[in-house]
Design a protein around this ligand. Structure first.
Ligand SMILES: [Cu+2]
Length: 157
């Protein structure tokens, strides 16, 4: 996993087949990639954090991300930052994320992000946060999210 992240891309298969049967191959019709995952380090007393990544649907069918889980937080939600009147911003919850075939969805500052609430321990720069993505068809995917500096703008490309 770590080596793949050094390349910036993790390939994964989203399929109903048993995992062992597909671990060495790409499925033709249900493929999603997760790229450029990152999060900012948090202050010691902070209870919230945002996680960003890019999802790409390489397959032929729609992919629905229906949930996210991190062991160190008690609540995880999909958020969207919305610009309001008078230059204010607020965040609203998105129940799920639908990715059409060929579509790329970027979670990034100022837009969609995964919000972690009630963090038990702060996110430390240089460490990795395992994040489990859950898809509608029942498949899970764990992404090792690199934790960057508190003022980072994103992973180096
Ligand atoms: Cu948020």
């Amino acid at each position: 996993m770590r080596k793949w992240f050094a390349l910036g891309i993790v390939f994964l298969n989203v399929t109903l087949w048993p995992l062992a049967a597909v671990s060495q191959q790409m499925t033709v019709d249900r493929d999603v990639t997760v790229e450029a995952a990152w999060a900012r380090a948090t202050a010691p007393d902070s209870k919230t954090a945002a996680v960003y990544f890019t999802l790409r649907n390489m397959g032929q069918s729609r992919i629905d991300l229906i949930g996210v889980r991190a062991d160190r937080a008690s609540i995880e939600t999909l958020h969207k930052t919305v610009n309001g009147a008078q230059g204010t911003t607020r965040m609203s919850a998105s129940p799920e994320l639908r990715i059409a075939p060929g579509q790329t969805v970027m979670l990034e500052p100022g837009g969609l992000h995964v919000m972690l609430l009630d963090l038990e321990t702060p996110l430390i720069e240089g460490k990795v946060l395992p994040l489990r993505l859950k898809f509608y068809d029942g498949d899970d995917l764990t992404v090792d999210v690199p934790i960057l500096a508190p003022d980072a703008d994103g992973p180096m490309r």
